[in-house]
Design a protein around this ligand. Sequence first.
Ligand code: GTP
Ligand code: MG
Length: 544
Amino acid sequence: TCMRLRSVVRVTSRALSNAVEGQRQVAAATDEDPGARRTFAEVQKERQEQAKHTVLINCPPNVNEKKFLKYLSQHGQIASHFFYESYGTHAVVEFLDKESIESLRSGTSLPTVENECSLPFKSRLFTLKSESASGNVPVLSHRQSALPINELIQKLCKAQNIEEQAYALLEMHQLTDESIRLRFLVSSLVKDIAAAYFPEATVNPYGSTVNSFGKLGCDLDLFLDLDDIQKRSAVKTTGPFTTEYLTKRVPSARVATQRILSVIGECIDNFGPGCTGVQKILNARCPLVRFSHQPAGLQCDLTSDNRIALRSSELLYIYGSCDHRLRALVFTLRCWARVHGITSAIPGAWITNFSLTMMILFFLQKRSPSVIPTLDQLKGLAGKEDKHIIDGHDCSFVSNLNTIKPTQNSEALNVLLGDFFEFYGNFDFSKNCIDIRKGKEQNKPEVSPLYIQNPFEQTLNVSKNVNQSQLDRFVALARESAWIMQEQSSHPVQKENAAWGLGTLLLPSVFQGIGKIKKKRKRGPASDRIKSLLDSLKTNGKAR
Ligand code: GTP
Ligand code: MG
């Protein structure tokens, strides 16, 4: 037991230090000033540059890594590479120079297939053919999806306290460097398709891929940006004349977006290697093209004319970098909400991850002293270069992380988590609206059950879709969770092999009969229920 415990301590303290290290890497110091943390724009730019130098290669099973790298090095120096599994083994290979990709292309042929014809679209996706290069040692494959919940709970059992559990969960769930590279590569491949029509267009990932709250396996939100084209075309020339392009005209910017997305969607469908299940959802509030990128194993949503969402992603990134507890809390609560069906992958009347994150930010602003600044405070710190007005909405806030003062609040994560449940278990949703701009409750401007003010389009409600029964479920679950957290601190449980702390909160069946909690208080103590559930979990674990 002693040895076990020692290894447990090692595992969890490593998880903790890795999580903190990851945090540091997200906003790592620049070369010029070792103390300075990089801005969101700098991080994005670097990732985009990396992606331009990168190719995706479908490899034969048991490819010999050494021979593979030697073969590719003929085309130029390799900066980095890794393997993963998605419909077979794939390698992401980043070359030091872009010319290496041209060299690789020049030696690549189009496939000849019997009874079929291949469309001659030459992308940066290749298939490696080999007759003899298989190796005895399987290549190390990088995981691209999150652990199943029962495996996660078993791992959490090994931590020393709830705080360590939250950091361990963060480390197991957050996007890895490899996963982010793959996502930027897919974005860059989609850009190549869009460039067939709009050579100057850019495609940028947004949402959880870049906002530092992405979980392994989450969708890839892509933003097709044609705005820069307009800016670049405004170059002044001298003389008595000016010229402008003769263009087609449509009744509104929305119709323009729909036309463009429709055509790009057709291109992705017809020519995009590995792109399947293309759906054009052009009548949505925010028109989009949804498709699956099979070689990357990613579900993609491509939108355009959606610059405010890009600003929201940067805002969340700034908040994620403000305090190390924040991301651990958000990942924990996102996981909790998902396990209990409060959030869902399917759109509907439920709370979304984005809304839940807004609620967590608001709660942290309300602590005393506050853990994170309000959006108005971040706006107050903004420099000239941070001024952004989009469609008449002021989306300005500071981009330089070094100007944000660290918080004086030092509450432990488990305290914040327990108090989050209490806060929303008792929140007066019928009267109040959540507003992260002011960090204060406001009177609800209309009757939606849950009102979370959109931080930038201030007359909109981010959670307009949520109905009363979904809100009631959230409140009931928050109350039950607050109670379980209290129980956990007053009756320390037998930790060896038993779910405790976060593990308990993440067991779906602990919360049977949610909504009837008050009547069900006569049930045995949570710890008994947890114990029997854990026994069944262990049996399931063995059966797998
Ligand atoms: P995942 O659930 O991990 O995909 O989180 P996500 O943050 O990527 O959410 P999602 O894919 O639903 O949306 C992508 C981005 O669009 C979010 O990060 C927000 O910036 C924005 N967004 C999503 N929902 C809303 C909303 O209801 N209102 C506003 N204003 N923006 C939203
Ligand atoms: Mg997303």
